[in-house]
Design a protein around this ligand. Structure first.
Ligand code: APR
Length: 273
């Protein structure tokens, strides 16, 4: 349980005041936001890459070399304990949105949060009710055509033959999740950049700030005068660029921040974390 120190209480007040002053708040979410949904992060304590090593940048090249084999391997779906992709799949399949996701939804419903740019592919923002969302690394519940970029829900697709072929352009269909070595689709890249250039306040939630182009977005916003607020139990590469840092788990801090926003920025007597 988070200890609500005087310093944290002060920082929460500063963050709430900055958000209430803002006219275009954007959140940049990373894997840390889903840790309290029991999905492991990639880096830092308990991270999948910490455990298994960072993957190479060859996944996309392997896919394009033999999409049929990639899809057949996926459908073979051997239980592969000790495989980070399998470990992530098991965790995401069982995950539910946590209070951090729900707090972002309420900030959006209050008209304060204009957009969430997420690096997470777990679909938990949508399940929690976020409407204005840019999924810069894709979404695991969708498919996307490599040729024309058309997306469709994975659940309605009949995998009669492999690899799945796009009925619009005849291109090969892949998971919407962006693979290592795959260019970020143009539409989400432009949308995320536009949000970073438009915002006057950016809430960095649970990201190590190590993977571009997402990690550059806060710096773009900062250069254009935005206030940066970081929510993270640990320091990151972005911490030194942030105006306000809230050290702790987002599943506890975002609901506390939401409470401040609802109270016009003030804390409540005897407020508990
Ligand atoms: N609440 C908030 N932040 C947390 C929590 C928590 N409960 N637990 C951990 N964190 C923080 C960690 O301190 C770390 O800074 O979340 C961050 C997770 O960092 P990464 O695992 O690197 O996740 P992310 O920044 O989203 O990675 C970006 O890397 O491998 C790619 O595609 C993958 O989208 C991912 C990208």
């Amino acid at each position: 349980m988070l200890e609500l120190t005087a310093e944290l209480s002060r920082s929460l007040g500063e963050a709430a005041a900055a958000i209430l002053r803002s006219s275009h708040l954007v959140a940049l979410a990373g894997a840390g936001l889903s840790v309290e949904s029991d999905i492991p992060p990639f880096r830092g304590p308990g991270g999948l890459w910490t455990k298994y090593g960072e993957p190479t940048n060859l996944s996309y090249r392997e896919f394009t070399k033999d999409p049929k084999e990639w899809w057949e391997a996926r459908f073979r779906n051997e239980d592969r304990p000790g495989d980070p992709t399998y470990e992530l799949k098991v965790a995401v399949d069982a995950a539910e949105p946590n209070p951090g996701h729900h707090a972002l939804v309420e900030m959006e419903e209050m008209g304060l949060l204009k957009c969430v740019i997420t690096q997470n592919v777990d679909n938990l923002h949508t399940e929690a009710g976020s409407k204005s969302l840019v999924e810069i690394h894709g979404n695991r519940t969708w498919l996307r055509c490599v040729g024309c970029g058309v997306r469709q829900p994975r659940d309605v697709y009949h995998f009669d033959s492999l690899p799945p072929i796009c009925t619009q352009c005849g291109g090969v269909i892949k998971m919407d999740t962006v693979m290592f070595g795959e260019p970020i689709p143009e539409d989400v890249l432009l949308a995320s950049r536009e949000q970073a250039e438009t915002c006057d306040c950016m809430l960095l939630v649970g990201t190590s700030g190590t993977v571009n182009p997402a990690a550059r977005l806060p710096l773009v916003a900062k250069e254009l005068g935005a206030t940066l607020i970081e929510v993270n139990p640990d320091a990151t590469t972005l911490t030194s660029s942030c105006d306000i840092t809230l050290n702790g788990p987002s599943g506890e801090l975002l609901p506390l921040l939401l409470k401040r926003l609802k109270n016009g920025g003030a804390g409540e007597p005897g407020e508990r974390a």
